[in-house]
Design a protein around this ligand. Sequence first.
Ligand code: GAL
Length: 974
Amino acid sequence: MTDAHETGRLNRRHFLGSGTAIGVALAADGVAQAAPVRAPAIGALPMPATRDDLPLRATVEDPSRLLLDRSWRFHIGDIPMPEIRGHGWSYNSAKAGQAQGAAAMQYDDSDWSEVDLPHDWASTMPFEESANVSQGYRRRGFGWYRRALRLDPADRGRYLELQFGGIATNATIWFNGSIVAHNWSGYNSVYVDITDLARFGDDLNSIVVRVDAQTMEGWWYEGAGLYRHVWLAKRDATYIATDGIHADPRRAADGTWSVPVTATLGNIGKIPAEASIEVSLIDPDGRTITTQTAAARLPSLKPGSATLTIPVPAPLLWSIDAPTLYTLRTRLMRGGKPVDERTLRIGFRTLRFDAATGFHLNDRPLKIKGTCNHQDHAGVGVAVPDALWDWRLRRLKDLGCNAIRFAHSAIATEVLDACDRLGFLVMSENRNFNTSPDYMDQLEWLVRRDRNRPSVFMWSVFNEEPMQGTPAGYEMVRRMSVAVKALDDSRPVTAAMNSGMFAPVNVSQAVDVVGFNYQRDQYDRFHAANPTLPLTSSEDTSSFMTRGAWETDRAAHVMASYDEEPADWGSTHREGWKSVAERPFVAGTFVWTGFDYHGEPTPFEWPSAGSYFGIMDLCGFPKMAFYLHRAQWVDDVPLLDLMPHWNWPGREGQAIKVMALTNVESVRLMLNGGLIGEQKVDRYTMPSWQVPYAPGRLEAIGYRGGREVARSVVETTGAPVALRITPDRRAMAADGEDVQPCTIDAVDARGRHVPTANLDVTFAVSGGAIIGLGNGDPVSHEAEQGNRRRLFNGLAQVIVRAGGGGAGTVKLSASAAGLRPATSTVRRLATPARPSVAPARMTLTVQDWRQSPAATAKPSPDIVLADNDMNSWLYVRAGEIQPPQGSGRWTVLRAKLTPHRGTRERGGTIVFKDLVGRGEIWIDGKRAATKPDFAATTLRAAFPPGPGERIVTLLLESDGTVASGLGGLVFVED
Ligand code: GAL
């Protein structure tokens, strides 16, 4: 006989892939200790046990980039542009570099808060009934971000680019007072070439982003702000363009493989450059298989390109079970030296959709067992750190899910790196169905970014568009398909249709694979009418469950977890899967959804604020649907899970519905040693019994070929006596980015998980920080930040970020009234932070000056320049001396400025670096300092406090040989 605990351990080992069966034991003092304990029976703590490994960093490092996530200034709410009046101001405000209001380079942001990215301000907003239900009753509104950026003088002459991973939702971006981008979607990246406007050394640069998150692109929670990474790329003047490598492996008809590589290149130099690319293919063990080169000519300020093909005789294939990745390193070479380099991970695999037999990966049929997922998580909204994504994807892997549709938009590139690495197929979906240039740019960006990825296997051009059954919809998809194929001809184009597929002219006629959202009852009819068209479900199920709840109470917004509560347009999980599994011509399923998400709390509205559709809840805690699908989707390892829990005080003698979620052949159910019954397993419906409740031990034994292969136990527990913390990992990286979710539950006197515990818990952390909390209750209005959370049906989650201070420990403790507290200590490993841009503080720089014509006698400081006179005086910048027009040794320099708060309130100092010439400095009509010598020196003068705009006037006399003027920068220091 197999020991029940042993079976549980085997199962976990399989799904965790970590080879560990070590749990976390709770010592008498409540301290969680890593100890080799017998793995708990399945269902005891419905989460994986603690692992030892660090998450693999999701991103393929690009040595030309620095992370720009730290130390942004943030203001919540809009800051209207000032009403511009007067001709001079109107004229000047219309010029490059002269952005006004909060976009101005010199705007005073000293009272803004400081935030690190990823950042989603909507997840910090209160739940308000008057706010939009679809967005989870959170007001999003507007926000501003500012960041000072210091560029090393050595960066002069290099190609410089800002890369915003994603900004929710519309954004205007200024660099040094000039608008450099308008962006019209919250899901695409924005790349900004800042080379021409960049300043160096103490002349700091200013990045400003105004975010309009009032605009919506969806009917789900979309978050708000700079919620993905921001990068600064510094490259040689001749460089490889961002997303500029196209390297998608191909298998020829004779079975041989090759990697055609095209590099898109740039050159900011003044003359064309001769260069070459050198491409190396490196196998999974780090051995370079081959290196090929090709010549490239780079015209000045125009894209150049180079192409070559790498033959690869017999590569190891990429698959969902063995996601073998090769490394493709492309170097741009000049004069025999590499000047830029980009590294990709690529995989060798074939895709084929067959109208009769569905999807084939590497020539083998593979049923798509997919889930649709939005991009938010409990506690953090859409600002999901890379390590948390790694965890979420591993939860999907544990489920037996092999494909993901990121609904309904592009996902962060780091997430796709993890999909390549972990072995998921990804339906990559375009957000906006629109063929106008701005929106076609979004689609083309998506394809260009992701067309090398082994994980990406379909391009979906839309989700459920009302025009899908019209000639206009057809014409639009035809155009989008052509645009996609111009960039990538290796993956099929699909569209997620929920209607119109039988209309005379409809979108199914313009795609390669037809996607059905729901419409289960049309599978056969459509296939009969279109026997040569491949078909997949692109979305199905939409069934409601509250995690850990077993009785529907619509008044309390609770949905039972027996898989009996589908949406009107959906199906139960079991029916949805059966319809797909039984039809070979339906390539697969994409269950709506893998995880719950904020917003769209169907079938309820206020006070429900989160969805009920997930196979897992908002924290990634498994619902019954998790065990159900896992038992349906995984064949090799025997699985058996009993539902529900067995704590039903007061229900003695009453029938409780018990389900076994299993992939074995038959299951015997026992209660307190007595036989309840034995059933053959129908994996579509799953065995169930009505069991008269008696407290004690409910046990299921699973058989294959008459032999016991699995066992599952649920037991009636005692009252909770202690808290328990189960971190996901025992070690964290002290790189300032690593996070992990910790599961909090309550246990009884025998250390058993109490599934009905609902109590308030308070947390404290040292050596790290809590970045978010959740419990999976869609009705909860508790804050997602802070240090308190209620256990919901026995569970809560705390997401902890390790501090960046080198080796040490991260200690999380939890306490609740009347319970023994718990502490979990994990190691913090000294891990270098990723190369990132140092924080910088913007002092007020007085850059823009007007300079009078030369005069032979000392001018008056009150000399007037008419507001509408744009031509008599020169425009000069501090640091760049221009000889005055006319003759004479004297000149006047004048600037207007509004000092920052410190100077306004307490006064400050104005500093002139390398001021050339002798003369006087006047501030608001009063002499502030005198410069007695002609030579270039740094001059300081007290800047008196005072409100509003101030006028600084310099009267400068040259020695007659060199021009006087502002040889260096001018600052006003608080
Ligand atoms: C679909 C839609 C999804 C979600 C789902 C809920 O129609 O594509 O985004 O709204 O319904 O059942």
